[in-house]
Design a protein around this ligand. Structure first.
Ligand code: GCU
Length: 307
């Protein structure tokens, strides 16, 4: 299938057809330091836990954040990431020692504290705190990634963070959110997608892996309801994902794929990167395909941050 051409105003099309409209408003109102450990991780990193409260039009949203930053030395660029299983799980799940050795700070929060991953959530998340906007959960998580950057900005200087070189990174459904955050928030200097697949970095028009029918049937809450009308009609969608990647230019993008992750269509991700390349400078977009399956591994982190 031929791809729609790269062009300027695609973000509005992505908003309308897939992710929905992120409302204005929602400001960090309070950041309370809950604990601080200095020199954890062999003396190389400090670990801080905060509780953040964001004031939204219909109420407040509070969530917990976990920050690792290199001890001493120069201000560290910060990578923001939402995690799947809670902040404590990242203590074993993320390669913090290596990331910190590479000179980066990492700020994370649990994605479901921002917005439940449920078509019929038991309690409303951030989407319930704005009057009648149509936006999907992916966009709500992307909103959360921007709030993490707000939090990092309040710590800028104070705790040795450099938010001028901020990275947004995410795996799988949260890689879709990282891409949408990178598109919408120009403060992110580098956007990293890991195995984000359908509605992330892979092309709709490249057959293979998950398609619109499958994703909207299982995860209707991730997108605007009208996106489901494109099930089986990929060729009628006004956009494709190389345009999403290109709309981040001239800021940088890095896409990680895994050979055995057929559901995320690694070849469709590679082709999206190649089709987006003309929008970037020579080193503006990077890609790797590593052996193995669907996971955010140390190798993915290190290659993306080295980029
Ligand atoms: C499912 C879903 C994918 C998603 C993945 C994940 O496999 O179909 O679109 O990326 O979950 O988030 O792990």
């Amino acid at each position: 299938m031929p791809l729609p051409p790269l062009g300027p105003d695609v973000v509005e099309e992505f908003t309308r057809t897939i992710y929905g409209r992120t409302p204005d408003g929602g400001k960090l109102s309070e950041l309370v330091l809950q604990s601080r450990e200095d020199g954890v991780l062999d003396g190389a990193a400090d670990r801080l836990r905060h509780r953040a409260t964001v004031a939204c039009p219909l109420g407040d949203l509070s969530f917990d954040t976990l920050l690792h930053l290199p001890s001493g030395g120069d201000a560290a660029p910060v990578a923001v990431i939402l995690n799947f299983d809670g902040n404590d799980q990242t203590l074993t799940g993320f390669p913090y020692e290596k990331i910190v050795q590479a000179g980066y700070a990492v700020l994370t929060a649990h994605y479901q504290q921002l917005e439940p991953d449920d078509p019929n959530p038991p309690a409303p998340g951030v989407r319930g705190l704005f009057p009648a906007e149509s936006w999907g959960a992916v966009a709500a998580w992307a909103w959360g990634l921007s709030r993490l950057l707000d939090i990092a900005a309040t710590l800028d200087g104070l705790d040795g963070l450099d938010v001028g070189r901020a990275v947004v990174i995410g795996h799988s459904r949260l890689g879709k959110a990282a891409l949408w955050a990178g598109v919408r928030d120009e403060r992110f200097a580098l956007t990293v997608s890991n195995d984000s697949g359908c509605c992330g970095a892979s092309l709709f028009r490249h057959p293979g892996g998950e398609d619109i029918e499958a994703i909207t049937r299982r995860f209707p809450h991730w997108f605007v309801p009208s996106f489901a009308q494109y099930a089986g009609k990929e060729d009628e969608l006004p956009v494709d994902q190389h345009q999403l990647l290109a709309s981040i230019a001239p800021r940088r993008v890095y896409v990680c794929s895994a050979e055995d992750d057929a559901w995320a269509d690694p070849e469709g991700e590679r082709l999206a990167v190649e089709a987006a390349r003309p929008a970037f400078g020579p080193d503006g977009i990077g890609y790797h395909l590593r052996p193995g399956g669907h996971a955010l591994l140390e190798e993915d982190w290190m290659k993306a941050l080295a980029f």
